[in-house]
Design a protein around this ligand. Structure first.
Ligand SMILES: Cc1cc2nc3c(=O)[nH]c(=O)nc-3n(C[C@H](O)[C@H](O)[C@H](O)COP(=O)(O)OP(=O)(O)OC[C@H]3O[C@@H](n4cnc5c(N)ncnc54)[C@H](O)[C@@H]3O)c2cc1C
Length: 485
């Protein structure tokens, strides 16, 4: 945390202009961060979550500086960092030979550069910390509640209690739909606007593996990899792999990108679909010995996640309802910004309601600060996938040569317009931002009273000359009055 720099003054003690009754749909990373942020600043917050128990599901997610800066301001970064693996570098490799093309430093250089730390954490750990902090701040979290729909005016929510099967209506001053990639409210908003919300398959899918330390106890090569705080990135034809240790080096997290089956069902149950171990082994059979060794230790049942892109929505807001997180900007994993952008949404909304209690205005500010940025990042993730999956040939050789030639330069000097995660200027865009400050600035811009301008000299002159002119005209008129006709 030595790398943390924050001019917190702008944000400490900021409270709601007027406490509102806020309803949040979904207790994922977006919903919980928003719940924590809004409860902390004085609002009355209720989160409705459809599952019966918030279990610690998921795998590793990256915590970039734009996310850790927000978690710090919400008072949970210390606890989050206890569960975060801080990686020193990312090793970029050829898929088959294990050759390291280059190695790019991560921490502490990224932290020094952006004033906030970077690391990787299990989604479940992050979710648990946010849940506890949100509850401690007074946020009410009710499980087994599925939001079925909003009424046509988007002012009330129809909610089914999954335990009793009964349905009731909820009403809030503001509703935040943080109900993920399959968002019910997004579908309803889109329908109401006559817009099409069809996912487009990218043609890629990802296996997600978590391999516990106990399983590789006797494998010296893999133990060494698990114990080094290094992320491994392998690039191969039609796929790539990102792997790193999480949970204090007790679990190895591997995400394996590969071509999706043509029969893949699209976005349904994106995070929990079962994949075939046999198919996984077949696809990576020509990859490096280290990779194949890891795959031998995979569970019999593996999870596969089909990757789709969604077109940008015309708006994220309808009445007093706003979409947040994956509900409005689902992202491919290639720039590792899904969770971080969900936290940005929460931070902006919180800050907007410390500027104004006017709900439509605050939601407009939220959309103005967040929509374009999130959509650009989502688009950059889609572009990056292409560069990582080049088939062997001239383009791949050119890419690898550029990576090799970056030499021992630090990450900040590498410009790679195709691989956005490594591109220095794109990192600046993703990680340097302070969205809370931007929200305050947006408010100042909206409420700025135009300064009284000093009267320009030409106006004074024209004023003077017009007086002179009228005097002359009056004199002429006087002369004309007695002029003989
Ligand atoms: C099970 C799971 C595992 C994941 N694993 C990873 C991972 O390994 N790596 C990674 O990078 N990202 C993972 N993600 C995605 C990552 O969490 C998100 O991209 C990011 O954190 C933004 O999340 P979100 O809160 O917007 O949506 P989500 O994390 O999807 O949360 C949405 C929440 O809303 C609830 N919900 C949905 N519909 C309703 C409804 N109608 N009524 C009430 N509640 C509802 C869901 O149960 C869920 O808790 C996972 C997501 C899920 C749900």
């Amino acid at each position: 945390m030595e790398t943390l720099r924050d001019d917190g003054d702008l944000f400490t003690g900021r409270m709601a202009v007027r406490p509102l009754n806020v309803i949040i749909i979904g207790a994922g990373i977006a919903g919980l961060t928003a719940g924590l942020a809004l409860a902390k600043t004085g609002h009355s917050v209720t989160i409705l979550e459809s599952v019966s128990r918030i279990a610690e599901i998921g795998a590793g997610i990256q915590l970039a500086p734009n996310a850790s800066r927000i978690l710090h301001r919400l008072g949970v970064l210390d606890e989050v960092m206890k569960e975060t693996s801080v990686l020193s570098r990312v090793s970029i490799r050829r898929y088959d030979s294990d050759e390291e093309l280059n190695s790019a430093p991560l921490m502490p250089s990224i932290g020094d550069r952006y004033g906030a730390p970077m690391g990787v954490i299990h989604r479940g750990d992050l979710q648990r910390i946010l849940l506890n902090a949100a509850k401690k701040s007074g946020c009410q979290v009710i499980t087994s509640q599925t939001v079925m729909a909003a009424d046509p005016s988007f002012s009330r929510l129809q909610v089914r209690d999954n335990k009793t099967g009964t349905t009731s209506w909820f009403l809030g001053d503001v509703v935040l739909a943080a109900d993920g990639i399959q968002s019910t409210l997004r579908k309803q908003m889109v329908l109401a606007r006559g817009h099409k919300d069809q996912p487009t398959p990218t043609g890629d899918a990802a296996y997600r593996l978590l391999i516990p330390r106990e399983r590789i106890q006797h494998d010296a090569m893999l133990l060494k990899i698990l114990d080094q705080d290094v992320a491994m990135r392998y690039m191969g034809p039609g796929g790539h792999i990102m792997a790193y240790p999480i949970m204090r080096n007790t679990v190895y997290n591997i995400v394996l990108l590969h071509p999706a089956k043509t029969t893949a069902k699209g976005a349904d149950n994106a995070w929990t679909t079962k994949g075939s171990r046999k198919e996984m082994m077949a696809f990576y059979s020509s990859w490096s010995p280290a990779i194949k060794a890891w795959l031998e230790y995979a569970d019999e049942e593996i999870l596969e996640w089909t990757l789709n892109t969604y077109p940008p929505l015309p708006s994220w807001v309808q009445g007093n309802v706003a979409l947040i997180g994956d509900a409005c900007h689902p992202m491919l994993p290639y720039v590792a910004q899904g969770a971080a952008n969900a936290m940005e949404d929460a931070a902006v909304l919180m800050t907007a309601f410390t500027c104004t209690a006017d709900v439509p205005l605050a939601l407009r500010m939220y959309e103005a600060v967040r929509k374009e940025r999130a959509e650009k990042i989502a688009a950059s993730a889609a572009a990056t996938g292409k560069s990582l999956h080049l088939h062997d040939g001239p383009e791949q050789q050119k890419r690898d040569e550029a990576i090799r030639n970056a030499g021992t330069k630090s990450l900040e000097k590498i410009d790679d317009r195709d691989d956005k995660w490594r591109d220095a200027s794109w990192q600046d865009y993703m990680w340097r931002v302070d969205v809370m400050r931007e929200t305050v600035e947006k408010w100042e811009e909206l409420t700025a009273v135009p300064e009284k301008q000093p009267t320009p000299r030409y106006k004074m002159l024209s004023g003077y000359s017009s007086t002179l002119l009228s005097r002359i005209l009056r004199a002429i008129r006087g002369l004309l009055w007695w002029w003989p006709s």
